[in-house]
Design a binder for this molecule. Structure first.
Ligand SMILES: NC(=O)c1ccc[n+]([C@@H]2O[C@H](COP(=O)([O-])OP(=O)(O)OC[C@H]3O[C@@H](n4cnc5c(N)ncnc54)[C@H](OP(=O)(O)O)[C@@H]3O)[C@@H](O)[C@H]2O)c1
Length: 246
């Protein structure tokens, strides 16, 4: 897909992987509806990118706000070419100590939000449109103390692999991107240090992989060769890593 002039909804655009992806999308000539909760970050984004960006402040855990986001996007972009489901968060800690309400909130944002936004966006997606999900390597290799986060990303992967086939007849592509540990605020916000025993990649690298995936319309995307290998060995790597990595 040539991104020049394309209309894109990008969730989680205010920081981390989303903020870097926004930068690259705009360099490619796309028009982006940038969604996040942080009003200050959204004002900065508008100041930096001007007419190429339409910031929308929304807490996506609220279904009404999701409807507002897609309605506004369809209007200001005059239709839609790409939906990028990037917003998400983690919770680190023993599951017995994590309140169930927090776990349900995580599943709402990481799993139900992409599904709802996709349902809302499909009627507006122009032929050849794309839904891209920022999943995680944790979908293949669950980690202890990250149980609900691991489950949310495994569910997201599975759901959209199935939906990919359903949307093919409408010429809508579904792309799943699987970053590994990335240097963003994610870990602080999850109440964790970065995962020990693993390396980490800068968010710019993940953003490049996302934009490349859109341009080449590749369906299953790993940020490095090693990640792809690990995912393919998931049936072996999962049971081992869940024991060794804390
Ligand atoms: N960092 C990693 O190691 C890693 C690895 C694999 C996958 N991922 C995935 O990559 C995605 C981006 O993560 P990141 O590392 O860039 O984390 P981040 O820096 O914490 O950014 C998370 C983004 O999601 C938005 N968000 C979270 N909850 C939201 C809500 N209820 N409503 C609206 N927006 C919400 C945040 O918006 P505000 O800040 O404006 O609230 C922020 O823009 C996530 O889906 C994450 O699971 C991350």
């Amino acid at each position: 897909m040539d991104l020049q002039g394309k209309g894109i909804i990008l969730t989680g655009a205010t920081r981390g992987i989303g903020r870097e992806t926004l930068k690259l999308l705009i360099e490619e000539g796309a028009k982006v509806v940038a969604v996040g909760r942080d009003g200050k970050a959204l004002r900065e984004i508008k100041g930096t990118y001007g007419d190429a960006v339409f910031p929308v402040q929304a807490d996506l855990s609220d279904p009404k706000q999701r409807e507002r986001v897609v309605g506004m996007a369809a209007e200001v972009l005059g239709g839609l070419d790409v939906l990028i489901n990037n917003a998400g968060f983690g919770i680190h800690g023993p599951f017995l100590e994590v309140p169930e309400e927090k776990m349900r909130e995580l599943f709402e944002v990481n799993f139900w939000v992409p599904i709802h936004l996709t349902r809302l966006s499909v009627p507006f997606l122009r032929g050849g449109g794309v839904v891209l999900n920022v999943v995680s390597m944790i979908a293949f290799v669950p980690l202890q103390r990250w149980a609900i986060y691991s489950a949310s990303k495994a569910a997201l992967r599975s759901f959209f692999m199935a939906v990919r086939e359903e949307l093919r007849k409408d010429k809508i592509k579904v792309i799943n991107v699987y970053p590994s540990v990335t240097r963003t605020d994610f870990f602080n916000r999850a109440g964790s240090e970065r995962i020990r025993g693993t390396g980490s990649v800068p968010p710019e690298k993940v953003a490049k992989a996302i934009v490349k995936a859109l341009k080449h319309e590749k369906e299953e995307v790993f940020v490095s060769f090693y990640d792809g290998l690990l995912a393919r060995l998931g049936f072996l790597a999962g049971p081992i890593s869940v024991r060794l990595i804390r």
